[in-house]
Write a protein that binds this ligand. Structure first.
Ligand code: CP
Length: 292
């Protein structure tokens, strides 16, 4: 059984084999399969989610698994039960795989040492969000055929972004060039990637905008949404500079008219909704991998 805690630990071949398998599932995505018949998948979200949570559920159901949804807000976590005791409780009931999203940093690595069923990281504080990066890679591969040599600019709140981290680790392994663009107070000093200006970022093959994560901010990190948009937002005006072969990405949810203008979310060069669509076959591949 195999957990997926992050992409930092995976090699290029392993990443590519997940993407290949996702391509297979994309071709077979309209049907419900019996691959995981009789297996129980638990979605354990200790932090809110729409895309990740529901695309995992769709993926599990398409693979024929029985699905258990755990939401921290309606659980004994509200009585003070710990994350470990909660996951251990579900494990003791016989789940076969756990999909888990957490806010506190370091807890997932600890859980993985103590829990025997495979765990899949569905968002781990500001550490990693491997299935998001895999669906991002899948989207890029679909667009460009090969990731090697691609120029990817990731723009915005790098400091708080698990999406930026997972993408950086995986894109590098696959031979892409990754640059960051961020206000000085949203830079992640521990990540070794060049920082470029917003004008420079517009020249990339992939312009990946990040959500300003207000819920993770110290007070006063951004002066105003208008000022952020003016300095770092993908505005309609800036989008005119993007090359015709380039694509716009964003993991969503989107703060419309903050990091990206409303009109650009469904722009012909935007892949924001295709990214969500690709999340299902990618997560099918990841869940299948957990069963060996
Ligand atoms: N992109 C992403 O992880 O979205 P959710 O928080 O809605 O799952």
């Amino acid at each position: 059984t195999r957990s997926l805690l992050g992409l930092k630990q995976l090699d290029a071949d392993e990443i590519l084999s997940i993407l290949d398998r996702a391509a297979y599932w994309e071709q077979h995505v309209e049907k419900v399969h019996d691959k995981l018949k009789g297996k129980f998948a638990a979605n354990m979200f200790f932090e809110n989610s729409t895309r990740t949570r529901f695309s995992f559920e769709v993926a599990e159901k398409r693979l024929g698994a029985e699905v258990i949804n755990f939401s921290a807000a309606a659980s004994s976590v509200q009585k003070g039960e710990s994350i470990y005791d909660t996951v251990r409780t579900l494990e003791s009931m016989g789940i076969d795989v756990g999909i888990i999203r957490l806010k506190p940093i370091g807890v997932l690595a600890e859980l993985a040492e103590r829990i025997k069923v495979p765990l899949i990281n569905a968002g781990d504080g500001n550490n990693e969000h491997p299935t998001q990066a895999l669906l991002d890679l899948y989207t890029m591969r679909k667009q460009f055929g090969d990731i090697r040599g691609l120029n990817v600019a990731i723009v915005g709140d790098i400091l708080h972004s698990r999406v930026a981290r997972s993408n950086l680790y995986a894109l590098r392994k696959l031979g892409a060039k990754v640059s960051f663009c961020a206000p000085t107070n949203m830079v992640a000093p521990e990540l070794d990637a060049p920082y470029i200006s917003i004008d420079e970022a517009l020249k990339a093959d992939v312009i990946m905008m990040l959500r300003v994560q207000l819920e993770r901010h110290e007070k006063g990190m951004i002066t105003s949404a208008e000022q952020y948009r003016e300095q770092y937002g993908l505005t309609v005006e800036r989008a005119r500079q993007i090359a015709s072969h380039s694509i716009i990405m964003h993991p969503a949810p989107v703060n419309r008219n903050v990091e990206i203008d409303d009109e650009l979310v469904e722009h012909p060069q935007s892949r924001i909704f295709p990214q969500m669509e690709n999340g299902v076959p990618v997560r099918m591949a990841v869940i299948e991998r957990a069963f060996g």
